[in-house]
Design a protein around this ligand. Structure first.
Ligand code: CAA
Length: 298
């Protein structure tokens, strides 16, 4: 199985990051904007990040141009028809993903590898709607995709060994360090990381420490690059809540249920960095603890 062209469905943070990583390693990429609207903003966002790398002397302008030149942006899903590998990175909603897999099967060759970048949904459930199931797997990248080395290669119920091997090799070709994981909710990283962030929130609710002291403790005491609240804000609180919900649905243990403070912040639209406020208020430089969280959340 030779991979030359990669299709990316979804041009949000993860889709764009994955497109960048693939193009940087010389693959041709078709990037499909999955939600209504044009793709120009997505392309400008990718170029903005690359321009910063050029300005800081991390990338040559010619390499940036070559990288961008290898990515074709489109809103037409059918443009991925000739891709060898497709990685979807659309909304974390199982029904929406299943519908996409059904459409991709109708568009693509029977041997095109169909992968999902889901964080906590069942890859096997997506595979189940396909006729050619052995080519369905998960390729789970981490944010920021151009920086984080890990890709979890998800072995779903009927994924063939040959497909897993091809994906493992592909990840190495794009300079990532793949780990093969069986299809269980949250895989390895999110199954460990989600309860960790939820426990930090419960610790805050109990008054064990402040947002800043808990973050500081984990950065300087456990050498984490970000504390649990910084990380939750970085991932997006809606995403963290959805991951908690999906793991809770699977294991039905209250330890995995989203804590009250998280639910309230998501209800209020305070989703972390992307909305300017979450556990921290990013309007302040440097960011300060969200003042609304200084009293108990009801
Ligand atoms: N795109 C490309 N490069 C980026 C980047 C981005 N979005 N963000 C940072 N970088 C690069 C910078 O250019 C810089 O590169 P150089 O060293 O070559 O100059 C390098 O990363 C370090 O960046 P900064 O100096 O700006 O900032 P930092 O040292 O504070 O690092 C960080 C930023 C890499 C995000 C770091 O804080 C970190 O590793 N945080 C933890 C991230 C993490 O845990 N991610 C996983 C989240 S879970 C997930 O993604 C799974 C899921 O399913 C939800």
């Amino acid at each position: 199985m030779e991979i030359r062209t990669v299709g990316i469905i979804g041009t949000g943070t993860m889709g764009l990051g994955i497109a960048q990583v693939c193009a940087q390693s010389g693959f041709n990429v078709i990037a499909v904007k999955a939600t209504p609207g044009s793709w120009e903003k997505a392309k400008a966002s990718l170029e903005g990040g690359l321009n910063k790398s050029v300005e800081r002397g991390k990338m040559a302008a010619a390499d940036r141009d070559a990288l961008v030149g290898r990515i074709t942006f489109t809103t037409d899903e059918r443009a991925v028809a000739d891709c060898d590998l497709i990685i979807e990175s659309i909304i974390e909603d199982l029904q929406t993903k299943k519908d996409l897999f059904r459409r991709l099967e109708a568009i693509c060759r029977p041997d095109t590898l169909l992968c999902t970048n889901t964080s906590t949904l069942s890859v096997t459930a997506m595979m189940a709607v396909c006729k050619h199931r052995s080519r369905v797997a998960g390729l789970h990248f981490f944010n920021p995709a151009p920086v984080m080395k890990l890709v979890e290669v998800i072995h779903a119920f009927e994924t063939s060994e040959e497909v897993i091997e091809t994906l493992d090799q592909f990840c190495k070709t794009i300079s990532k360090g793949p780990v093969i994981v069986q299809d269980t909710t949250g895989f390895i990283v999110n199954r460990l990381l989600t309860p960790y962030m939820l426990n930090a929130i419960r610790m805050l609710e109990r008054g064990t420490g402040t947002i800043e002291s808990i973050d500081q403790a984990m950065k300087t005491g456990a050498a984490h690059p970000m504390g649990p609240f910084e990380l939750a804000d970085y991932i997006g609180l809606d995403v963290v809540e959805a991951m908690a919900h999906n793991i809770f649905e699977d294991v039905r243990h209250e330890h995995h249920a989203p804590p009250h403070t998280l639910t309230r912040l998501v209800q209020l639209g305070y989703l972390g960095r992307k909305t300017g406020k979450g556990f921290y208020d990013y309007a302040q430089k440097p960011p300060v603890q969200n003042p609304q969280l200084l009293r108990p959340v009801t």
